[in-house]
Each structure stands twice: as structure tokens, then as C-alpha cells.
Design a protein around this ligand. Structure first.
Ligand code: AMP
Ligand code: MG
Length: 331
């Protein structure tokens, strides 16, 4: 769940007026993957726009069925049930997603780790926790986290979690992947000139908006959701935000985000939000989560090394830090 909603500048419009040269935009807001999705399609006709939106929704639902760890029947659950027991053969799509997740784990030196999920039993970010778990409990669950114990066999297309009690989860990457896929499906449909998929603040836009202009997105101020820190022009780019104020836990005045530091087993502190801008929503999603774990200095150092990738961090002290080439526009 993303706390910082990125409001795009066409907000509120169901059907945007068709001026002489303008295009039609249709928008649908609905709950998918347990969060708010917004799909917009810009087309020549209303029908084309709706066909694209419906195809995008079907694609997201299909992905949800594949990667959900809540659905007992998903392939992901099967991998988790077989931890320490058997390798599980999975669809190529899931295999490849896990493979890419391992690449990000490598890139971030383990800050990103889909096997964080053994911690789901220890840390709850829904307001139900009344006391800090004991260090023993944390260490026990932490011992199950290690992306290098996710054994992939490409020939057999199997995934094996080496140790009993290990689990994987796609909370930090799934919405970005779904947004990418919905974009691919929608943009290839007939008559589609552009569109935008916003998965609770993980968004990707392509082509042109109804005015035949680039898409503009506001970056919301985490201190005040009604205020924007600035805006970005995004054409063919994704903007993804991870934040700490819808799902968090507080102990003795310290706020912990819903992101686990795999090195300590404790949730991260010190950062309110991370916005990542880049060409690929899945990678941006994974990196936004990773920067929370890496912290400001190491996080920015990593982002500055990556091509066409920029980042904005708001710290707990409301300090705003950005990567070298972020082109944030101010009102
Ligand atoms: P995001 O909102 O994209 O930052 O993702 C946060 C979600 O990612 C959490 O709710 C967990 O499901 C998952 N997660 C938590 N910590 C990690 C981590 N270190 N690496 C990968 N996924 C994580
Ligand atoms: Mg993420």
C-alpha cells in the first residue's frame, strides 16, 4: 500500500472533453491486488479506451492470481508451502519475476529481499501490535531471510526455498510489475494513443494525454497530502513512491515503516518517503523499497549510478534529498 498518492493533473475527470483535435480519455478506479488502481486510456473512440482499460484490469487480476501469497492456491503459496521440502515447478513468468528479484537483491547487496516475508509473522503494520517483539523472536525469523537460499533451476523451471519456515512475498515489486504489464497490454491495443496506470502511487504513463501533451504528475508532500512538493513531466516513465505513513508501527516515539531491513530483521526508520523515477515500474518499485533500507546516503549513491533513474527522499526530519539529475518543477 502506498501512502503518498501521486495526483496526476487530470484528476477527477471521467470523460475529458473532446475538442477538435483532442483525444478521448476514459478512467476507471477500482480495487485490485488489495489496493486502489486507476487506469486511464486515451484513444480515438470511447469504445477503444474502454476495451484497453478492461484488458488492463484482466491482466492485473491474472498477475494477482499468480503472485499472491494470501491466496492458498497461487503458485507463490505453493513455493512457500514447500519451503525446506521440495522444489516447485512454476510458470516461466513467475520464475522470471523471481529471477529479476534476485538481480535486484544482488544490486542492492541484499537490502531488497523477497524472502523478507518470514517476518510477516513477527511484525504487523495494521495497528494490531502492542509491544515490540523480543530480540529472540526477531532473530529466529531473520534467520529465514536470505535471497541466496532461493534456489532457481532454469532447466526445470523450479523454485526451491532451502529452509523450512522461509517465505517469499512480492509486496515491494508486484504492483510495479502489474503496472508494467497493464501498460504493455493497453498500449498495444487498437486506437490507443496514451495512458496511465496508477497502482496506489506506483504509476506508469506512456504516449500522450487527451490534450496530446506529455503527462504531468504531482509529487505529494508527505507532510500534507493536499500539497505538492512539485511536479514532473513524464513521458514513457514511471514514478513510484514508497512511504511510511499508512502502514507503520510506533514504539516509544519511533516510527517504523512497513519495510524490513533484512540485515537486522527490524523495520526501517529515518525516511518518510522515497519517490523513484525510471523507465520501468517494476524496477522503480523495487528500488524505492530498497532505498528505505539502504538509507539516504547509500540509496542516493546507488540511484546516481543507474541510468535514467532518479530519486527524491523525504526524511523523518522533513529534509528533502534528491539524486543528481532529478528535474522536479516547482509551482
Ligand atoms: P513498497 O510499498 O513497494 O515499499 O513495498 C513494501 C512491501 O514490500 C512490504 O509491505 C512488504 O510486503 C515488502 N517488503 C518489506 N521489506 C522488504 C524488503 N527488504 N525487500 C523486499 N520486499 C520487502
Ligand atoms: Mg516497492
Amino acid at each position: 500500500m502506498r501512502p503518498i498518492l501521486i495526483l496526476f493533473l487530470l484528476a477527477g475527470s471521467q470523460l475529458l472533453s473532446a475538442q477538435d483535435s483532442a483525444l478521448l480519455a476514459q478512467k476507471k478506479v477500482l480495487k485490485l491486488m488489495g489496493c486502489r488502481f486507476e487506469l486511464t486510456a486515451v484513444a480515438q473512440t470511447e469504445q477503444q479506451a474502454w476495451d484497453a482499460i478492461n484488458a488492463g484490469i484482466a491482466e492485473i487480476q491474472r498477475i494477482e492470481n499468480l503472485i499472491s501469497s494470501w491466496d492458498k492456491h497461487s503458485q507463490t503459496s505453493k513455493i512457500n508451502f514447500n519451503a525446506g521440502l521440495n522444489p516447485v515447478q512454476v510458470d516461466k513468468e513467475l520464475y522470471d519475476l523471481i529471477y529479476r528479484a534476485e538481480k535486484v537483491a544482488q544490486l542492492t547487496e541484499g537490502a531488497f529481499d523477497i524472502s523478507f516475508a518470514s517476518m510477516d509473522r513477527i511484525w504487523k503494520f495494521d495497528g494490531s501490535m502492542v509491544e515490540m517483539p523480543s530480540r529472540e523472536e526477531v532473530n529466529k525469523a531473520k534467520s529465514k531471510i536470505n535471497w541466496q537460499d532461493i534456489v532457481l533451476n532454469r532447466k526445470d523451471q523450479t523454485v526451491f526455498l532451502k529452509n523450512k519456515g522461509m517465505r517469499i512475498g512480492f509486496g515491494a515489486i508486484g504492483k510495479g510489475y502489474a503496472a508494467n504489464r497493464a501498460k504493455t497490454i493497453m498500449s498495444n491495443m487498437e486506437g490507443i494513443n496514451g495512458g496511465l496506470v496508477n497502482a496506489s502511487g506506483d504509476l506508469i504513463a506512456w504516449g500522450l494525454n487527451h490534450d496530446k501533451k506529455d503527462w504531468l504528475v504531482n509529487i505529494t508532500n508527505p507532510k500534507d497530502k493536499e500539497q505538492a512538493l512539485g511536479w514532473l513531466r513524464i513521458n514513457g516513465l514511471s514514478v513510484v513512491t514508497s512511504g511510511n505513513y499508512e502502514r507503520f508501527v510506533e514504539f516509544e516515539g519511533t516510527r517504523y515503516a512497513h519495510i524490513i531491513d533484512p540485515r537486522t530483521g527490524y523495520p526501517t526508520t529515518g525516511i518518510k518517503s522515497v519517490t523513484l523515477v525510471g523507465p520501468d515500474a517494476e524496477l522503480a518499485d523495487a528500488l524505492a523499497t530498497s532505498v528505505f533500507v539502504l538509507g539516504c546516503e547509500k540509496g542516493l549513491e546507488l540511484v546516481n549510478k543507474l541510468e535514467r533513474t532518479e530519486c527524491l527522499i523525504v526524511t523523518d526530519q522533513d529534509e528533502i534529498l534528491t539524486s543528481t539529475n532529478l528535474k522536479l518543477n516547482y509551482f
